[in-house]
Structures are given as C-alpha cells and as structure tokens.
Design a protein around this ligand. Structure first.
Ligand SMILES: *Cc1c(COP(=O)(O)O)cnc(C)c1O
Length: 339
C-alpha cells in the first residue's frame, strides 16, 4: 500500500465522481455549448458572490489569466514572498503580462495592511504602476496557514484607496473555510477576482474556476483562448467539479485532523527539530540536519510513504481524500520507529 503524502493533487476520482463524469451533458465549450461547464461556472460564481465564472485547465492558468486581465505592461503586482504566483508559476507574470512583482516579507504568508500600504509605488516616471494585490488562502509555503476573514477584509480599503485590484489565489479556499468556519457568503464583496482549484483537496482530476465581474470574465475568456486553454467537451471534467462541491467539502475536516495526528507523531521524534503550526491539511517540518533529512525521506520511501523535500532541512506532508485513517496510523508507526 503506497501512502502518497506528496500533494493533495495526487488523488484519483472516486467511483461516484467517475459515475457523475460519465453521465455529463456536454457540448463544444469553445462555442459556449457545454451546459455542464456553464452550470459549474454559474454555480461557483454565485457561491462567491460574483457575476461570472470561467473554467480553466489549471490553477496556474486561472491566476495568470487574472493577472493579465487586471494589468498592462509597466504595472506592478504585489504578493507575499511565499506566494505560489511568485514561486511556482514559472515567472508567468513577466512572461504573459510584462509586469514587475513586489514581494512582501512575512512569517507565514499572511499579508499585513501596514506592509501593503508601505509598498505601493508613488506616481514617478521611474517607478512601475502598482495595480494588483494577490493574496493566497490557504498559504501553501506557509504550511497551509489560513487568513481570518478580518485579515482578508483589512486589505480591501487600502486597495480601494489606491485604485488597486484585489485577487485571491484560493487554490485551497475550501480548506480555509472549513478550518476557520466561515462560508463562501462571508467572502462576498471583498475581492475583484478569485481562483479556486478543484484538483487539490476537492479531489477532481482537473480544473480551476476563476470568478469575477462579467466584463472581467469576458476579457479572461479571450485570454484563456490565446493561452491555449479553450476546451471542447470539458463538461466531463466539470461534472467532477460539481460532484466535488456536493460531496467533498465537509470531509476536508478529516484531512485536517489527519495532518494534526501526523504533526503530533513528528513532535515526539527527537530527530524532528521544528514543525510549523498545523492549521489545515499541510504539515511542513524540519529535521535536525541535512543528512537526517535525506535519510528520513529515503526511510519513508522504503516504507512505501512518499513525501517531498521542501528546501533546506524541511519536508512536506499533505493529507487528502485518498489518505485513509489506516494509512495515517501506519505512517505514525513508521515515524515512531525512525532513529
Ligand atoms: C496548486 C496551487 C495553484 C495552482 O496549481 P496548478 O497545479 O496549476 O493547478 C495555485 N495556487 C496555489 C496556492 C496552489 O497551491
């Protein structure tokens, strides 16, 4: 039994999900004729209080379309230094949009209003125009850390004051909602755009939905096409996302409990030097030195447990729908025996 804790993207569709996919009503979505895609886009937009949605092949594409639609060359975007947009999207802001990026330092990827306001550029010829603020919730590199509602709301008046657009990379927004007990309704009216992943904790095979105003989504649809993201009978995939909305949100609490159990076991092993506070389904921890880090990853692999080295002496575990309580128990026993 392989226990794959590398990422919540590795999960496979359940039988129920495959069943829903097989029976999807589809059409050519480039001609806007796929009713399942249309249903998903409308449903996600309504959930998050937005006018329209756009189904995209990946979260990276959703984020990059949003940056492109909100900016023009000579603009600057602001992100936390841990942001996925900065670290893991191949520098797409420069490649697709010709904008510069300003990175704000933080402890766990939570952007503070004072830091944001201080980073906005005045209007000089020699400075780019600050245009867009992107936050991430939950923060992957922060160890699955979660913004409170107040923390997200606190940045909005600054965006308004300086005429900036406000984007949420909500790849794992449902983990945040479940962990902090707020609902999609609570997010209404805060952001100009939100991207939401379905192939992470929600367990769908593919896809992300970008939501925003009608005009923003009209522009985004064209950008998706030029990036090669116009899809044909994508309703088979959208059906998996609709199924996930009905069946896979509340169960995220189980992934969070599993992550906490793994953290508790790690905390008891003297070769583990530190563990980031676990708030959702991600556990980032450090071993006492590099040699022990490499040895632990190899030891886990020898015990059929997959994990990713996460820079320096760090390792990341991510729990998800394909990780059962039995697998967690087995992993804990393996962790306890590591000397
Ligand atoms: C996974 C992820 C994305 C998008 O990733 P894709 O693999 O392109 O779907 C974006 N933001 C965050 C925070 C992520 O974790």
């Amino acid at each position: 039994m392989i226990i794959d804790l590398r990422s919540d993207t590795v999960s496979k569709p359940t039988t129920g999900m495959l069943e829903a996919m097989m029976h999807a009503k589809v059409g050519d979505d480039v001609f806007a004729e796929d009713e399942t895609v249309a249903q998903l886009e409308a449903r996600v937009a309504a959930m998050f209080g937005m006018e329209a949605g756009l189904y995209c092949p990946s979260g990276t594409m959703s984020n990059q379309i949003a940056i492109k639609a909100h900016t023009q060359p000579l603009d600057e975007i602001i992100c936390d230094q841990l942001a996925h947009i900065y670290n893991y999207e191949t520098g797409g802001w420069a490649f697709h949009s010709g904008v510069s990026i300003k990175l704000l330092p933080s402890e766990r990827g939570i952007m503070l209003p004072s830091a944001l306001e201080a980073s906005i550029q005045p209007d000089f010829d020699w400075l780019p125009n600050t245009r867009l603020v992107c936050i991430e919730n939950t923060v992957n590199r922060g160890g699955g850390s979660v913004y409170t509602l107040e923390e997200m709301k606190a940045l909005q008046p600054i965006c308004k004051k300086y005429g900036l657009q406000y984007h949420l990379d909500g790849a794992r927004i449902f983990n945040a909602l479940v962990a902090k007990n707020y609902s999609t309704t609570d997010l209404h009216g805060i952001f100009d755009s939100i991207s939401i992943c379905f192939s992470k904790g929600l367990g769908a095979p593919i896809g992300s939905v970008l939501v925003g105003s009608k005009a923003f989504i009209k522009k985004s649809r064209k950008i998706r096409k030029v990036m090669g993201g116009g899809m044909r009978q994508a309703g088979f995939l959208a059906a998996a996302c609709l199924y996930a909305l009905d069946h896979h949100i509340e169960r995220l609490a189980e992934d969070h409990q599993h992550a906490q159990l793994l953290a508790n076991a790690l905390a008891k092993n003297p070769l583990v030097s530190s563990i980031r506070n676990v708030e959702t389904n991600i556990v980032i921890f450090s071993m006492i030195d590099k040699e022990t880090t490499d040895r632990f990853v190899a030891y886990l692999a020898a015990n059929e447990i997959k994990a990713v080295p996460f820079g320096g002496n760090s390792i990341r575990f991510v729990t998800h729908i394909d990780i059962s309580a039995e697998m967690i128990q087995q992993t804990i026993e393996v962790i306890e025996k590591f000397v």
